[in-house]
Design a binder for this molecule. Structure first.
Ligand SMILES: Cc1cc2nc3c(=O)[nH]c(=O)nc-3n(C[C@H](O)[C@H](O)[C@H](O)COP(=O)(O)OP(=O)(O)OC[C@H]3O[C@@H](n4cnc5c(N)ncnc54)[C@H](O)[C@@H]3O)c2cc1C
Length: 416
């Protein structure tokens, strides 16, 4: 029987649930509070650089199976581009040393046994020492499970876990770090090819989903913020968007709430959600990347962590960025530009730039906050949760978002 399903929030989680449900033949209505779909994964025109930029550089990996299936389902998998091989260029800007981590193309991490392909000055035993992350209990911190020092840590483990967890790795959840190691380093090069939405996040992951939904008869309402849930017994019976704007929810209908944790907790006060968040800082510089610049460069020994090369633009990501959110913008741009010059091997005055500080980019991936993540079911039989902050087993990522959206959609499909 065809159900009407209301999706609250048009970020990646909400859109993935919406696409799955529309493809299954259900009537879908998406309600997004802001004037633009995409949530924390969106593009916009930036007057300072004169370019369309993303709110943050987003990296996917070829092993992000749910995210890739989502892109396939909206016809844009080819818009996620990257090198043929799982190779990651790195530079240490304090010493000038450069290296290439080459994870190959296989399903097994055979690269570990090849001195030429692993991190310079590391041995197989250094990698085996990461094993405790794989069976760490939920309450453990990374710093309790492995030694957070030494060459391998500085050149690979720290950059990888900092990017994935968005907290200083020793304080991060060992369980979530284990999931990352399992799905990346241990899964072989086949799972680790870097993929980037080169034409922008919105044109690859957001707008095509909206178009597909509309083609399937779904309604996507922008600027339509859910203010309150109306409930009776074990069911949600209405959605209040404003004084004269309430939608009744019939007996067979369902709601997927795919909003960030603070909004979810205010709509559903009994809900337990993460309460602490971390910033990510991105800097964008309008400059032609040097020829042969890798699409993504790992940077250690400075403030910059990852350098992305886009047409006409070099962009920087700095995770766990709370320490930078109150720094004067001009000063920050200058400091970051110095690092960019060293990392990219270029020189010149500060070009047109933009700094984007997402204060609540992700929930804090510590064991304490991870323990506050709810599953998709709620105390209401027709209300399900999605979002990168729900208990996906992964840190806050696009892959986790899509998994949560798919899971909520599957629960709606199974609803009687
Ligand atoms: C700077 C930055 C860099 C990142 N880098 C990466 C990366 O490299 N790789 C990666 O995999 N992930 C990355 N992420 C994480 C990724 O962006 C998120 O995991 C993902 O976008 C979260 O999607 P979501 O749908 O769960 O939540 P959101 O994107 O937050 O979507 C929730 C939506 O709900 C809407 N909403 C809120 N309240 C209401 C209401 N009451 N009614 C209706 N709508 C409402 C919001 O406006 C929003 O559109 C990054 C995030 C940031 C911020």
């Amino acid at each position: 029987m065809q159900k009407t399903v209301h999706i609250i929030g048009a970020g990646i989680s909400g859109l993935s649930a919406a696409v799955r449900l529309a493809n299954a033949g259900h009537k879908v209505q998406v309600h997004e509070a802001t004037q633009q779909a995409g949530g924390r994964c969106r593009s916009y025109f930036d007057a300072a650089t004169g370019l369309t930029i993303d709110n943050g550089n987003h990296l996917l990996l070829s092993g992000n199976h749910h995210a890739l299936a989502y892109a396939r389902s909206i016809g844009t998998e080819a818009g996620l581009v990257g090198p043929k091989l799982a190779q990651f260029a790195f530079v240490d800007i304090s010493s000038g040393r450069r290296w290439l981590l080459d994870l190959g193309v296989g399903k097994l991490p055979l690269w570990l046994f090849d001195e030429e392909r692993r991190v310079p000055d590391t041995g197989v035993l250094d990698y085996l020492a990461l094993a405790p992350l794989l069976w760490a209990s939920r309450g453990r911190k990374v710093g309790d499970a492995i030694r957070c020092e030494g060459t391998l840590y500085q050149r690979l483990v720290q950059p990888l876990l900092l990017a994935a967890l968005n907290v200083d790795p020793p304080k991060g959840s060992a369980g979530l770090a284990g999931a990352i190691v399992r799905e990346t380093l241990l899964a072989g090069g086949r799972a680790c090819r870097p993929l980037i939405a080169r034409e922008g996040l919105s044109s690859v992951l957001i707008e095509p989903a909206i178009k597909l939904l509309q083609q399937k008869g779904a309604e996507v309402r922008i600027g339509h913020e859910l203010r309150d849930l109306v409930t009776a017994g074990e069911r949600v019976t209405g959605l209040k968007f404003g004084a004269d704007d309430t939608i009744a929810i019939g007996a067979d209908n369902a709601v997927v709430m795919a909003v960030p944790p603070r909004a979810a907790a205010s709509l559903l006060p009994s809900l337990k959600t993460p309460t602490k968040f971390r910033a990510i800082v991105n800097a964008h510089f309008r400059v032609d990347p040097p020829p042969n610049a890798p699409p993504i460069l790992g940077v250690v020994g400075g403030l910059v962590e990852w350098l992305f090369a886009f047409p006409q633009r070099l962009s920087v990501t700095i995770s766990d960025g709370d320490r930078l959110v109150d720094r004067p913008r001009e000063e920050l741009a200058n400091t970051i530009w110095q690092d960019v010059c060293k990392a990219a091997g270029i020189s010149g005055d500060l070009p047109p730039w933009q700094i984007v500080r997402e204060r609540r980019a992700t929930f804090e991936a510590t064991p304490e906050q991870n323990a506050l993540r709810p599953g998709p079911a709620t105390s209401y039989k027709n209300l399900f949760l999605a979002g990168d902050w729900t208990d996906t087993g992964l840190p806050a990522t696009i892959e986790g978002s899509v998994r949560s959206g798919d899971r909520a959609a599957d629960l709606v499909l199974a609803m009687r």
